[in-house]
Design a protein. Structure first.
Length: 183
């Protein structure tokens, strides 16, 4: 079975990062997005700017997204570095599919230790049904954050659809900090 690497494996989070958005995996395939959360059916680039009453960046160029990231001290990482999957399945990014096929996890604890200004991590998934290995990884990361007084919360997934309720949960969790779904 081929090893599929993370498409943005060389991305280095800025040491100025205060908010880290944590996801699962982006396969390094030609048809993939140009940056984290860039798939057509993912609405992070609409949800996140709207938390600060800014227009959507969903269809904007990568440079605009990077300027937003720098201004709001936000960066991105995924917990999976590589997968060992059957031939022809390289594009399958369903969490329940990839959960048992992880070849290497990204060292998020090491990443956290390299971000001296980190205040919060938001994992973009609310449930762990069918993904026990990811649950274990997130539990380790959340516990590490708790020990260091770094806020760790789950968010409604930005994938599949946009809704006002989802937007409000993101605002309440990230900006107002009045809610926090714990792992």
């Amino acid at each position: 079975m081929p090893i599929i690497l993370h498409k943005f494996r060389d991305h280095q989070a800025s040491p100025r990062t205060e908010i880290l958005m944590l996801g699962t995996f982006n396969p390094d395939i030609a048809a993939g997005p140009d940056f984290f959360y860039g798939r057509q059916r993912n609405f992070l680039w609409r949800l996140l700017p709207m938390c600060w009453n800014l227009p959507s960046l969903k269809d904007e160029p990568l440079l605009s997204k990077k300027q937003f990231m720098e201004t709001y001290k936000i960066d991105f990482a995924d917990i999976v570095h590589s997968l060992d999957i059957p031939e022809g399945m390289q594009g399958n990014v369903d969490d329940d599919f990839i959960d048992g096929r992880v070849s290497e996890w990204k060292d998020i604890i090491r990443l956290i230790n390299g971000l001296p200004n980190l205040k919060a991590i938001y994992f973009t998934r609310k449930t762990f049904n069918g993904i026990p290995n990811m649950r274990a990884q997130i539990t380790l990361i959340a516990n590490y954050c708790r020990e260091r007084s770094i806020r760790f919360c789950k968010l409604e997934t930005p994938a599949r659809f946009f809704s006002e309720a989802k937007q409000q949960q993101w605002i309440d969790t990230i900006v107002a900090q009045t809610t926090c779904l714990r792992p």
